[in-house]
Design a protein around this ligand. Structure first.
Ligand SMILES: Cc1cc2nc3c(=O)[nH]c(=O)nc-3n(C[C@H](O)[C@H](O)[C@H](O)COP(=O)(O)OP(=O)(O)OC[C@H]3O[C@@H](n4cnc5c(N)ncnc54)[C@H](O)[C@@H]3O)c2cc1C
Length: 401
């Protein structure tokens, strides 16, 4: 069997891998994406009901990648965020209007986003998508990579100059390369359900710090939302066995009637919450990106938003190297990408970890400082803009939007 040869092979055609492929679509590089799941054929969200909050910067990047018109039809705009504490004083509202923007971002089912990105990759003449194929072996032979792809009994071999590992939090390629990672287990799960209620949301999302953990409501329709609750494993286990009536009653107590009467809640899917940071991000001819490089707690809704900015940065660095005749796969070029992305990555990771550790786990902080922190957001000039700026697009001035 003769090997097919590519300049770049992206392992993992999830949100970040496919975004990177689209960002490189107009280069003259030969690019393949290998994805274990056939997202185009996946017809429902039964095993993954997450909704992805896209920041304003991400919307603009997706516009640049040419996929925004398709995403927009399935997305729900977020024009304001209401942050509150259950049973205590302290409320803050961040609105697009006061930041001088049309919206703060939007919310979209992960299922649609994956499908739209996979569709778009498949339609690009310069990109080849192998799905469903799993990379089962990857080894370096005489300065290039040899990859084995499997789909049941079918096997393929590919060659590549650069391998980009976008294969998610438990990246097998990271392990194959012997790259270790620091893992913080938050001892929490995120429970995700669909919630319906009687009052219109008016494009508002809600975050509520409660003694049971952080809860968030993200618009998924006029009177419909994605409900996310980060809580301890034992509370999550109890919640999954409780009947719908009990769950609705408990939520009605927590949220009061700001959403009107709660009508229905779907069974929750739970996601273990971890922070993962790879100890190395590149080697000669190899680079990690997206959740394979860093996995964040979803409290600040930043995982994909950060991964998307990284994909844009990596595409820009690789294409610039190629234009001036440098070897885009060499370690020095990949180091340039890592250095350019470092401040954004560090700031978002610290901001997210701060929110988790202070606002939902540090009992002393929660008791004494949390209400003041929320009031401070309202009263301290510039505090809300700073928070909005982090949520909207990260620390870095994005050159590509
Ligand atoms: C509850 C929850 C809510 C979230 N909400 C938000 C949010 O609102 N906003 C936000 O920005 N982020 C959010 N995130 C984070 C976001 O989901 C992730 O950051 C994002 O999905 C990471 O994308 P990725 O492409 O790096 O990894 P993944 O989405 O994990 O994709 C990796 C892909 O690689 C494939 N793969 C793995 N191994 C192989 C192999 N050997 N061969 C071939 N393919 C392989 C997998 O099938 C998969 O498709 C949330 C996360 C959680 C848990």
């Amino acid at each position: 069997m003769s090997d097919e040869s590519y300049d770049i092979v992206i392992v993992g055609g999830g949100l970040v891998g496919n975004s990177l492929a689209l960002a490189l679509a107009e280069s003259s590089l030969r690019i393949a994406v290998i994805e274990a799941i056939d997202y185009e054929q996946k017809t429902d969200s039964a095993d993954d009901n997450r909704a992805i909050g896209l920041s304003y910067t991400s919307q603009r990047i997706l516009q640049k990648l040419g996929v925004w018109p398709k995403i927009e039809t399935k997305a729900h705009s977020i024009d304001s965020v209401h942050i509150s504490l259950q049973g205590r004083f302290g409320v803050a509202t961040i609105s697009a209007a006061e930041q001088g923007l049309a919206s703060l971002g939007c919310n979209i089912d992960i299922h649609y986003l994956q499908k739209i990105l996979a569709d778009s990759v498949r339609l690009e003449a310069h990109l080849v998508l192998y799905a469903p194929y799993r990379v089962s072996a990857c080894q370096r032979v005489e300065g290039q990579w040899q990859l084995t792809l499997t789909n049941g009994p079918i096997e393929k071999n590919l060659k590549a100059r650069l391998v980009v590992a976008a294969d998610g939090s438990d990246s097998e390629l990271r392990c194959t390369m012997g790259i270790t990672a620091q893992v913080w287990d938050y001892q929490q799960s995120a429970l995700v359900s669909r919630l319906t209620f009687s009052k219109p949301l008016n494009n508002r999302s809600y975050e509520r710090f409660t003694p049971l953990g952080l809860m968030a409501i993200l618009p998924a329709g006029e009177r419909e939302a994605t409900f996310i609750w980060s809580t301890t494993h034992d509370k999550a286990a109890y919640w999954q066995t409780a009947d719908e009536k009990t769950r609705l009653q408990q939520l009605q107590n927590v949220w009061g009637y700001r959403l009107g009467r709660l009508h229905s809640i779907s069974p929750a899917i739970h996601y273990p919450l971890r922070r993962i940071e790879a100890n190395e991000l590149y080697r000669d001819g190899f680079v990690l990106i997206g959740n394979a490089a860093q996995t964040l707690h979803p409290v600040a809704a930043q995982g994909f938003n950060l991964g998307l900015r990284s994909a844009m940065m990596l595409a820009e660095v690789l294409q610039s190297a190629q234009k001036i005749g440098r070897d885009y796969a060499e370690a020095a070029i990949l180091a340039e990408y890592v250095n350019k992305q470092a401040a954004d990555r560090k700031q978002i990771a610290h901001f997210t970890h701060f929110l988790v550790s202070r606002f939902s786990r540090d009992k002393e902080f929660v008791k004494q400082w949390q209400p003041l922190a929320l009031c401070g957001l309202e009263w301290i000039p510039g505090a809300k803009s700073l928070l909005a700026r982090l949520g909207l697009g990260g620390a870095q001035k994005a050159l590509w939007v």
